[in-house]
Design a binder for this molecule. Structure first.
Ligand SMILES: [Zn+2]
Length: 159
């Protein structure tokens, strides 16, 4: 029985294993070295060129760098910057608590009045540079979303 053209039988020479394409995709942006990228990210500048700010507001990332067109808005930072910020800030605060209250004489109210605002301020101060550094790392390893993030759904979308 003859098979239709283009159909092969299993006894034909066919590959038995499939190997994925592991070739690295071409970088989207020309990036400087790790130290320079991180320095620019920590300074909240575009990690690729360092000429333009990476943020539009406090935490909103510019969709694309106005100077070098690096697609900063496609970098999926998501929850990494707050997580890293919490990790850093809480280690610092706990170290300060342990060192300042070695004798255990500080009251709970005093601790609350001092360390809760300190934690909040530290979080707010560290969040932007940490997000800039995360942006730099992800852009450096070419980890980008395929498309720009979709706009948030509005109430009109649900009608
Ligand atoms: Zn740039």
């Amino acid at each position: 029985m003859a098979l239709p053209e283009g159909i092969q039988t299993l006894s034909d020479d066919m590959p038995t294993e499939w190997t994925p394409n592991r070739a690295k995709p071409a970088p989207v942006v020309a990036m400087p070295g790790w130290v320079e990228s991180l320095r620019r990210g920590l300074a909240m500048r575009c990690p690729a060129c360092g000429e333009a700010p990476a943020f539009q507001g406090y935490l909103k990332v510019t969709p694309a760098c106005p100077h070098c067109a690096a697609p900063l808005g496609r970098v999926p930072c998501d929850d990494a910057p707050p997580y890293i910020t919490l990790l850093l800030a809480l280690h610092v605060v706990v170290l300060i608590i342990v060192l300042s209250d070695a004798g255990g004489s500080m009251t709970y109210i005093t601790s609350l009045v001092i360390f809760v605002p300190l934690t909040i301020v530290l979080e707010l101060v560290l969040l932007r540079p940490v997000k800039g550094a995360t942006l730099a790392v992800m852009l450096k390893v070419n980890l980008l979303r395929r498309d720009a993030p979709a706009a948030k759904p509005t109430a009109a979308d649900h009608d």
